[in-house]
Design a protein. Structure first.
Length: 578
């Protein structure tokens, strides 16, 4: 008769052996480890901890332990079966792999010559033999058949590999994201079945153009839905292959095309201003400065000044240009480089300007929703999207301050140096921001602005900002004789629910003396701006313009959490890779 020891505190099941020196931890494992023929003749000694004395387990404890042992035995048998099954699969795959090397697929010359086509053009070729190239987007094995979803950038195509086409070495080792060329007959899918485009390719010949790795380097191992955001940013070139990312970028392309058409419909001409400049527009603190052949220069913050110079010769103009802001902001709506859609219009009033912005946005959205392809993209990305109704709400800056206070939306208090004031919470002991009501003169923060927009749940033109909050070139609102208080500007921001500001615009100072005074007030040397000042010297006029952030507009349209999803390769502080 043998004796097995169990110490419930210091014992260990798997490495233990049941001796006094290496006791098991649980009675159930001890019984499980004992050969079935010896369980009844084996003596079990158990204790709670090292300070207790070993003793025979109670009858109830033994009964429970035998059930635990039976559970462990079932797990062992299941693990053995899984291991055996895995081994059989591996052996079967190895046999299939070796057999596949003997099969050489060749194109049957007696078949009709295939028509080479992009996926988007396939529908008219149903019933014909076609040749399509692309990347393996998805793969599914089913008995002796392999289903492939092919992607070529214009659409998705389901293809079916059977017979020898499914037995070659390339078929057995095919990985996601391999590039392939498929040839076969395009057939409509049977009624009740679904496939992209309503048809599938029955492949009779195919070849791998560019293989993709498996194992650790497999596409799904490098990138998946649970990947850390920093990994997703590093692997942006692979993220773009996903359906969501590519849909956003496809919608972005359609969006820019629709904007261009809307501008053409409204008689605005597209121009292409420079990105390398020697003047500022939105303040020197956010300029990217660099050496330009020994001269100081900057990456443009805005093309506005150049657009103004086009008005006398080209009429109303617009541009689609990259703008750069050296602003250390990590919010979900800020980028260091973004696509700036800007326009400038002559002989208009401030009311005309807001009406124009509203018209361009609504006409562009209507174009996108009228087009079946882009409407489908919007429906997929933002199922609940509805075109904004006109006219947009117009709310003055002063009214917005009052609205925020009425709705108890506060801002962080600041000291004389502009630093946030904090106080220690008595319960948690943590420092918390001191919040106060808004006042005239406050620069309404992003959080408060977004709260207001989300509550109102409609586009809002916020207009009439104090002059000290805005750029030097903005036209001041006329004041009544003897009127006191802040000087307001003919400026506006268009706010959209879920995103906040997507457009900023204003009327521009038309009087040369007033512009020169603005340079002086802001401490700007007027010399480099001679060409801009000349616009007031040679036939000035009332004019205004605006800038729209394409990524912000797209985030609103496609319901994206951050504008980083709306840029091909987004740039933000610390991120310039890849």
């Amino acid at each position: 008769m043998s004796t097995i020891y169990i110490d419930q505190t210091s014992g260990v099941d798997a490495p233990g052996n049941g001796s006094v020196d290496q006791p098991y931890q649980s009675l159930g494992f001890a019984i499980f480890s004992t050969p079935a023929t010896e369980v009844e003749t084996t003596q079990y000694q158990i204790r709670k901890d090292a300070d207790a004395v070993y003793d025979t387990p109670t009858q109830s404890a033994t009964k429970k332990a035998k059930k635990d042992s039976q559970g462990l035995e079932k797990k062992r048998l299941k693990a053995q079966a899984e291991e055996r099954e895995s081994k059989e699969k591996a052996e079967k795959r190895e046999r299939r792999l070796q057999e596949s090397k003997k099969i050489v697929l060749s194109e049957d010359p007696s078949l009709p010559k295939p028509v080479k086509s992009k996926i988007v053009k396939l529908e008219i070729l149903r019933g014909q033999r076609v040749r399509v190239s692309g990347w393996v987007h998805r793969r599914r094995d089913q008995q002796e058949i392999t289903f492939i979803v092919l992607r070529d950038g214009t659409g998705y195509l389901q293809a079916v590999l059977t017979g020898n086409a499914n037995k070659t070495y390339d078929a057995v080792t095919l990985q996601l994201e391999a590039s392939v060329e498929l040839t076969g007959t395009l057939k409509a899918v049977p009624e009740g079945q679904r496939a992209p485009g309503g048809h599938e390719l029955v492949v009779d010949y195919w070849r791998v153009l560019g293989a993709a790795p498996g194992a650790e380097e497999a596409f799904t191992n490098r990138l998946n839905e649970q990947s850390d955001p920093s990994i997703l940013a590093d692997l942006r070139h692979l993220v773009l292959r996903g359906e969501t990312a590519s849909s956003v970028l496809r919608l972005r392309a359609a969006l820019l095309s629709a904007f261009r058409q809307s501008y053409a419909d409204n008689d605005l001409l597209e121009v292409t201003p420079p990105c390398l400049v020697q003047t500022q527009v939105e303040g020197g603190a956010t300029l990217f400065k660099f050496d330009y052949y020994g001269q100081p220069a900057f990456l443009t913050q805005s093309s506005q000044l150049y657009l103004e110079t086009c008005l006398p010769s080209l009429g109303d103009v617009f541009c689609v240009q990259e703008s750069f802001r050296a602003e250390n902001s990590h919010t979900r709506r800020h980028l260091s480089e973004y696509t700036h859609l800007e326009a400038e219009l002559a002989f208009i009033t401030f009311d005309d300007l807001m009406t124009h912005i509203e018209a361009i946005i609504c006409e562009t959205v209507d174009k996108l929703l009228t087009n079946p392809a882009t409407a489908a993209l919007i429906k997929t990305l933002n199922p609940h999207f509805k075109a904004p109704s006109r006219p947009f709400m117009r709310m003055s800056y002063a009214s917005a301050i009052a609205w925020l206070n009425e709705h108890k939306i506060q801002r962080p208090a600041e000291d004389a140096d502009g630093n946030a004031i904090t106080k220690k919470d008595e319960e948690t002991g943590k420092d918390e921001l001191v919040m106060v009501d808004h006042e005239i003169g406050d620069d309404i923060a992003e959080a408060a602005e977004r709260q207001m927009t989300d509550i109102i749940a409609a586009p809002i033109f916020l207009y009439g900002f104090p002059a000290e909050l805005k750029a030097f070139y903005m036209q001041k609102m006329p004041r009544k004789e003897g009127e006191q208080g802040p000087v307001y500007t003919e400026s506006c921001d268009l706010l959209m629910p879920g995103v906040g500001e997507i457009v900023g615009g204003s009327m521009r100072i038309a009087d040369m003396e007033e512009l020169l005074a603005a340079y002086k007030r802001e401490g700007i040397d007027p010399a480099p701006y001679y060409w801009f000042t000349d616009q007031r010297k040679y036939g000035t006029c009332q004019h205004g313009g605006y800038g729209l952030g394409v990524e912000r507009f797209l985030a609103w349209l496609a319901n994206r959490f951050t504008v980083r999803e709306c840029s091909l390769y987004p740039r933000w502080p610390g991120r310039a890779t890849p």
